[in-house]
Design a binder for this molecule. Structure first.
Ligand code: SF4
Length: 104
């Protein structure tokens, strides 16, 4: 599973960081970014701003997306790779989840 943030919509309230500080962080501009291996992916709009979510943080990331007031946390699920993930997704964020199945 991967996650990215549309910084243009971020309100900067920091709720995502409260939910999962290992995946989300705020930079000096007050806006939230995803991070990977401890480093912020701060190149909005590029494929480099898409962070891989470790399995142990999947649930926290989904909760962050559900509570995000800017509705700007987007999740990509790789159907074959993530088939074993046991996650329940609230209908509120269904539009922000992209299920990819490149093999199909
Ligand atoms: S919860 Fe959403 S709006 Fe709030 S800081 Fe995180 S990404 Fe931005």
């Amino acid at each position: 599973m991967r996650v990215w943030i549309d910084q243009d919509l971020c309100t900067g309230d920091g709720l995502c960081c409260d939910h999962c500080p290992d995946v989300f962080m705020q930079l000096e501009d007050g806006i939230a970014y995803v991070k990977e291996n401890g480093h912020a992916l701060n190149d909005p709009g590029s494929s480099g701003s898409l962070a891989v979510v470790p399995v142990r943080w999947v649930e926290n990331v989904i909760h962050a997306a559900e509570d995000c007031p800017g509705e700007c946390i987007f999740i990509e699920i790789d159907a074959p790779v993530d088939a074993d993930l046991d996650v329940n997704v609230d209908a509120r964020i269904a539009a922000r989840i992209d299920i990819r199945d490149d093999a199909a």
